[in-house]
Design a protein. Sequence first.
Length: 264
Amino acid sequence: MNADAPILLFDSGVGGLTVYDALREVLPEAPVIYAADLAGLPYGSKTEAQIAARVAGLLGRMAERWQPRLACIACNTASTIALGMVRDVLEIPVVGTVPAIKPAAALTRTGTIGLVGTEATIRQKYVDDLEEQFAAGKRLLRVAAPGLVGAAEAKLRGQPFDPALIAEVHDRLARLAEGERIDTLVLACTHFPLLADELRAAFGAEVAQVDGAQGIARRIVHLLEGQDFAAPRPNRFVVTGPLSAATGLEGALAARGFGAAETF
């Protein structure tokens, strides 16, 4: 394996930076190319066919150009829909991101778990299967929260967003049967941990927030065990569509060791 070969992190937007942050804690020396499909954002309102074709096509072209050692789909929506197709296309390990239902089920004390994700994620059979396998006998309450994707994108850019979006998600979950018993909240979109403070204010500090970033990072470390990495250099942040879509991210990228944004 070429020591310069990067890890490719792919997301519809900046949510996958939460996975990047977890990865840097355990694998700080690995070169990373982060690819944000800002031209395709948001994924949650697209059909399964649109998402599968777009994600597989983009990752195929990106892998051909950059020759990564591993690809990570740092997006719940893309993973629950397109992971199998991408694995068929690429000849490298591909790590997906799925709702953290298993750890949430182990953590809950009341047996009632809230799950917030995009419209596309929460309707997937993949999520039904995770619930059946890991949360049998517990209550999993799901709501779509597409507005939180835009809120997270805005927050990372230092832009204002409507706090009512957070309150509305809390209220919709609370109105569901036994919603008042929720003690664990699954953040089934990599964007949502960027709003952890706002969600904590709405749901209360006693409600645990669970996402998959740490588990994804551990899986990547396991798959790359024993591989060599070249000397550290600035990581690359690449966007689809016009470069202007990355405006406002300069501070967040610099803090994470990325160079200036580039276009794909």
